[in-house]
Design a protein around this ligand. Structure first.
Ligand code: ASP
Ligand code: MG
Length: 458
């Protein structure tokens, strides 16, 4: 029988009741499954913050160690009153936390956090939650074993902080080690480089871990449990009348995640395509004993009358502009700039060019470094290198968007009617998305206007 891979994120791992819910859910599956977990809510941020503080002050070590013990042990203590079992479990959690303490001392003495130490430390949030969940499941009569990425051979490309899975190197060993037909609990968020170092898969990366494992074992489905009603036509925080989306294709889900919908890590869909593994999103808040997904993501295209399924936005984009009379015709400028960015692990999110301008869209976290790198090339053909970071990207996404006349016109008409200036447009590069840039201040109004156009009128 094929496995189902199930993922629970940090927002479902806050308190005692959350663990009750998870145990209830796993009992409904009633078969061996692979469970991938995030850290308990807020723990990764706390670890990150501690890394900064410990470099300057030794006193901080005690604080974070106590906090980690307290947070995890209090869940055990609230659950179990059989003293023997409780003591045993607490000891195991404490032992794992104490592994961290020694490294923290090293960080304090060196006054620095090399990347490999950073990734090692941040992976502990997940390593603690997987141990905790696995132990609780055992206490509640679910036979489960913890399987760490280093033990199953989940191999990455070795890039610290933002690694990708190397499937060729991983598939065989992951399949082999997860073959006993029992329930496994795996910490998400990291894999191992070929040299054996822990490498993180980027913030929010447990979704991607789960998808990667699903691909390695050719899972029947990847089930991601959330505490929100799946994908929706717009961020419900902007418009409470957002409509929940029942079905999406892989491309639609990928574009929406990439362009800001915070439901999934943007790389989650990619590993699933290979074997067309369906991705089912569930809302644990409305779980009533049935495995009924709120959003189902697969190959099957559903073209709705309004074509657009969702309008989304992201503030994590900045523009690196390269201006000069010949940039569009002189060969090599783009190659040099993209090479130096690549060598420095800066991801280019998109590129738009004209004869006199090249605009590279980078994460706003990379823009200053990207600017310095481009400058360092001293390219004579460039009159000016400049950055724009007071911007937001808005995307409208839906299958059929490029084949249906008038969608772009309606989108931009809705924005122009509000008197909002569009600073840059891209259409055609993706089959299912049109995106454009506006000033950050105009973002909410533009998103609302587009949603109104497609979801209130048709
Ligand atoms: N705990 C990690 C984070 O907060 C990974 C995840 O939650 O997916 O980014
Ligand atoms: Mg997450």
């Amino acid at each position: 029988m094929k496995y189902i891979v199930i993922k629970f994120g940090g927002s479902n791992l806050k308190c005692k009741e959350d663990f009750y819910r998870i145990i209830k859910v796993l009992k409904i599956y009633d078969r061996p499954v692979i469970v991938v977990v995030s850290a308990l809510y807020g723990i990764t941020d706390r670890l990150n913050d501690a890394l900064m503080r410990i470099q300057k002050s030794r006193k901080e070590i005690k604080g974070i160690i106590e906090f980690l013990k307290e947070t995890h042990l209090s869940i055990i203590n609230q659950y179990i009153d059989k003293t023997g079992e409780q003591k045993e479990l607490c000891k195991r959690i404490e032992a794992r936390v104490e592994e961290l303490e020694k490294k923290f001392m090293g960080i304090y003495y060196f006054g620095d956090v090399p990347d490999f130490v950073h990734d090692w430390v941040l992976s502990f949030g997940e390593r603690l939650s997987s141990l905790l969940l696995c132990s609780l499941l055992n206490v509640f009569g679910i036979d489960a074993a913890e399987a760490l990425p280093e033990d199953i051979g989940l191999i990455t490309d070795g890039i610290f902080k933002n690694a990708s899975i190397d499937f060729e190197a991983s598939i065989h060993s992951v399949q082999k080690t997860l073959s006993e037909n029992k329930t496994y609990i795996i910490p998400g968020f990291y894999g191992i480089s070929k040299e054996g170092k822990i490498t993180l898969l980027g913030r929010g990366g447990s979704d991607y871990s789960a998808a990667a494992i699903a691909r390695c074992v050719q899972a029947e489905s990847l089930d991601i449990w959330k505490d929100v009603p799946g994908f929706s036509s717009v961020d419900p925080k902007i418009l409470p009348n957002a409509i929940s989306i029942k079905k999406l294709t892989y491309s639609e889900a990928a574009e929406l995640s990439y362009f800001g919908a915070k439901i999934l890590h943007p790389q989650t869909v990619e590993p699933l395509l290979h074997y067309s593994i369906p991705l089912r999103i569930f809302n644990i808040k409305t779980f009533s004993g049935e495995l009924q997904p709120v959003t189902y993501i697969a190959d099957t295209k559903v073209i709705t009358p309004s074509i657009i399924k969702s309008v989304t936005y992201s503030d994590d984009f900045s523009i690196l502009g390269l201006n000069g009379p010949g940039v569009g015709i002189k060969p090599g400028i783009m190659a040099q700039v993209t090479t130096i960015l690549n060598q420095n692990n800066i991801n280019i999110k998109s590129i738009i060019t004209t004869q006199t301008r090249i605009k590279l869209l980078l994460s706003r976290f990379d823009i200053d470094k990207g600017y310095q790198l481009a400058k360092s090339l001293h390219l004579a053909t460039l009159d000016e290198i400049k950055t724009e970071d007071d911007i937001s990207l808005i995307a409208v996404v839906g299958e059929g968007i490029l084949n249906q006349p008038g969608i772009a016109a309606r989108t931009f008409q809705a924005v122009f009617t509000q008197g909002i200036n569009v600073r840059l447009i891209s259409a055609g590069a993706s089959d299912v998305a049109i995106y454009f840039i506006v000033s950050k201040n105009d973002k909410i109004q533009a998103v609302k206007a587009i949603h109104e156009e497609f979801f209130s009128k048709s």
